[in-house]
Ligand binder design. Structure first.
Ligand SMILES: *Cc1c(COP(=O)(O)O)cnc(C)c1O
Length: 330
């Protein structure tokens, strides 16, 4: 297994400097008062394209050989990875093809098309879209860049961890949104590489927490995908997971799970108290603190990982609803 180390992450930072924003870490007075310890928010939802995924995508693209760059990149994603890859490829003048199923709503499709990517619409599921990716790799020679299980993607996400431990050098606990584990693996490797005693805790939703189920089973397992407000945390970790399962197993101190009501409370708190528009996946750290799901030692740093939420849905949540059936987006 190729573990991603501090050295890889530092190299990634040099490679993507000037292509991604270095985001601010801000003290939250309200959350600090609630916890009785200093709580800082890493405002990564303000990253270009609205999520941290640009770090991994930019690093993975920058690492390609000139010959690979001339062939272009491909991925199956309707969400933040698709946006990030489209933007990073455009900056480098590369062809990017994003595959998605017929069920993807027009607004998501447009967001990625506007960033300059070619869109392929195939079939009725994420699996069909993934098959089209494999076809394009085989027939057109495109290079597949997956959303998390890839060393250059993990190293890119790790640059977020480096910024955190430089901005809050005495951080005792870092709370990280967790899905496929690219973010958590990279951040934990960076933070613990610099500050071995800092705890790193993953936060997922109860509905379809694939990494948590896999860690409990001791190997990657399948879980049923369910609609959730934290839609960017949906999806499996891959039964043939090469990297992020082992890194999360070895580096995370704990994983906690949140209900839909708790995630809604996080989105609401982010908006009303912190004055930030954050998507469900990006609000799980705040949600864990405001609902007392975690008794973290301070100083605590929370990552607000993204802000790409449908604004009609956001309005309903801040008005007090917890919509129970949200269309699932990968
Ligand atoms: C992808 C994503 C995550 C989870 O990242 P993984 O590397 O899959 O664990 C969390 N928050 C947002 C906003 C994301 O887009």
């Amino acid at each position: 297994m190729t573990e991603v180390t501090l050295q890889h992450i530092r190299a990634a930072r040099d490679r993507i400097a000037g292509k991604v924003e270095q985001t601010v870490t801000a003290l939250s007075l309200g959350l600090s008062e609630h916890l009785g310890e200093p709580v800082y928010l890493k405002l990564e939802h303000r990253q270009t394209t609205g999520s941290f995924k640009l770090r991994g995508a930019s690093n993975a693209i920058a690492t390609l050989s000139p010959e690979e760059k001339s062939r272009g990149v491909v991925a199956a994603s309707t969400g933040n990875h698709g946006r990030a890859l489209a933007h990073a490829a455009k900056l480098e003048g590369l062809r990017a093809v994003i595959c998605m199923s017929r069920l993807v709503p027009e607004n998501k499709l447009d967001a990625i098309r506007r960033l300059g990517a070619e869109i392929r619409i195939v079939g009725n599921s994420q699996d069909d879209a993934q098959q089209e990716v494999e076809r394009l790799v085989g027939e057109a020679g495109l290079v597949m860049l997956p959303p998390f299980d890839h060393p250059d993607v993990v190293a890119g996400q790790g640059t977020l961890g480096l910024e955190i431990i430089e901005q809050v050098s005495d951080a005792a606990t870092v709370l990280v949104p967790l899905s496929g584990g690219g973010l958590a693996s990279g951040v934990a490797a960076a933070v613990k590489g610099v500050s071995p005693r800092t705890k790193v805790i993953g936060v997922s939703m109860t509905r379809g927490a694939a990494m948590k189920a896999s860690l409990d089973a001791g190997r990657p397992v399948l879980v049923e995908e369910l609609p959730t407000l934290a839609d960017s945390l949906g999806g499996g970790i891959g039964l043939d997971n090469r990297l992020t399962f082992a890194m999360c197993r070895d580096l995370l101190d704990d994983v906690i799970l949140l209900s839909e009501d708790e995630i809604a409370a996080g989105i609401r708190h982010a908006y009303e108290q912190e004055r930030e528009i954050v998507e469900g996946a990006g609000s799980v750290g705040i949600a864990a603190l405001v609902t007392d799901k975690v008794r973290a030692k301070g100083p605590v740093v929370l990552i607000l990982s993204g802000r790409n939420i449908d604004m009609t849905l956001h309005r309903r949540i801040v008005c007090g609803e917890t919509p129970s059936t949200v269309e699932r987006v990968a």
